[in-house]
Design a protein around this ligand. Structure first.
Ligand SMILES: Cc1cc2nc3c(=O)[nH]c(=O)nc-3n(C[C@H](O)[C@H](O)[C@H](O)COP(=O)(O)OP(=O)(O)OC[C@H]3O[C@@H](n4cnc5c(N)ncnc54)[C@H](O)[C@@H]3O)c2cc1C
Length: 378
């Protein structure tokens, strides 16, 4: 029987565990943190319909539960220097799954954990993996007091993956020189209408770009800053500007976030026994919500590959998806940063004609999220 060891109980590791249980594998998860940990902040709030469907397939009812828990905003709008240049109001959702569900990552993880408990998945909490080895017949992870062996290992241990490093796979790419300040606020006593709002050149923050995204229980604010010193100043005193951007809301969490565009050189080791998934395999800027969503798709595909004997195909296919997602998120990031003058001129021209030519406003709205990636699953 195939025995799978999963390193990391983040959203990707827990998804892999549910998929493995669904496919009848003997599975155990090894997680460095204790079970009672509190993971701060909203982080990945946008769960795509495709992820909801996948989760529902491997754990019947879970996708629908997450759809019910989350929020679907009724409209999105884009403003330029405080003036609206684009609006789209959504109609009612068709079918059992909404186009997305917006909820804090901690809530998603809690529901994944519960589903794992119900399925009887074995999780070793508070056990740090220090390395991994593989051979033609299997793989093992080293922990402080021994080894855990399996026929395969899935590395879902995040951006600083020890497993990836110990099998000698590099995470190649670059990081943006621009910092973003990410702030969560709790819902005001009288909650605002749930709409996603993108501000180019918000007047209340000296013309910086601001993205406002509602999720269940609050709002997420992404403020684009020119560099480290600037983002440090905004992060140090969020109350000084958040009230001007989203009046009446209480700051719940502040973080600074530098965007990365990195993809692992290979998604599996040479023996086809260690498979990388999620942030261990790729890091993207968050525009288009590709990070966690593509990690969910990696997790399910990795387990299918272990069961069906298609590890090298997994590595090729999911790496191609990651490269496409990375490029799309990178384009969105470059659009928002608009470092070169032709990009700034194009944006300004679009804002100027948007009131009389709708495609210009639509372009300003969608460019910031990157092109849709066809032919590959997130
Ligand atoms: C501020 C912030 C904002 C973000 N916003 C977005 C967003 O808007 N949209 C989006 O899609 N994504 C966003 N992300 C990224 C998103 O959170 C990640 O893509 C997602 O968490 C990846 O899940 P994962 O399971 O691959 O890795 P992780 O969530 O990092 O989980 C890895 C797990 O492995 C465990 N682990 C690590 N090392 C070891 C070890 N040696 N032994 C055992 N266990 C180990 C960790 O404790 C952790 O539980 C954001 C992240 C941050 C920090």
């Amino acid at each position: 029987m195939r025995r799978l060891v999963i390193v990391g109980a983040g959203p990707v590791g827990l998804t892999a565990a549910l998929a493995a249980h669904h496919r009848g594998l003997d599975v155990s998860v090894v997680e460095a943190d204790p079970r009672a940990r509190v993971r701060p902040g909203s982080r990945a709030i946008f769960v795509h319909r495709e992820s909801l469907r996948l989760l529902d397939r491997i754990s019947p009812g879970l996708g629908l539960e997450l759809a019910d828990l989350g929020l679907v905003w009724g409209a999105k709008r884009t403003l330029w220097a405080g003036r609206e240049v684009y609006e789209r109001v959504y109609g009612p959702t068709r079918g059992p799954f909404p186009p997305f569900s917006s909820l804090p990552q901690s809530l998603l993880e809690e529901r994944l954990r519960r589903a794992c408990d119900r399925a009887g998945v074995r999780v070793h909490w508070g056990v740090r993996v220090t390395g991994a080895v593989s051979g033609p017949d299997g793989a093992a992870v080293r922990t402080g007091d021994g080894r855990i062996e399996g026929t395969h290992v899935i590395a879902a241990d995040g951006a600083r993956s020890v497993v990836r490093d110990s099998v000698g796979i590099a995470l190649a790419g670059s990081s943006s020189g621009t910092d973003f300040v990410v702030v969560d606020v709790h819902d005001a006593q009288r909650p605002l209408k749930a709409e996603r709002v993108l501000h180019y050149r918000h007047p209340a923050v000296d013309g910086r770009n601001v993205l406002l995204v509602p999720f269940r229980g609050g709002w997420r604010i992404d403020l684009q800053c020119a560099g480290e010193r600037e983002s440090a100043a905004f992060a140090a005193d969020p109350d000084a500007w958040v009230a001007d951007v989203l009046p009446g809301h209480r700051v719940a969490w502040v973080s600074r976030y530098r965007f990365h565009q990195r993809v692992a050189e290979r998604f599996a080791d040479g023996h086809g026994r260690v498979l990388l998934a999620g942030d261990a395999a790729h890091l993207f800027p968050p525009f288009g919500a590709r990070g966690m969503n593509s990690g969910v798709a990696d997790a399910v595909a990795a387990v299918d590959a272990v069961v069906e004997g298609g590890v090298q195909e997994y590595a090729t296919r999911r790496r191609a998806a990651a490269v496409a997602n990375c490029a799309a998120a990178g384009r969105a990031c470059a659009h928002l940063l608009a470092r070169r003058w032709p990009e700034r001129v194009r944006q300004r021209a679009a804002a100027l004609v948007a009131p009389v030519w709708e495609p210009a406003g639509r372009w300003l709205d969608t460019a910031a999220f990157g092109p849709r990636v066809h032919r590959v699953r997130y």
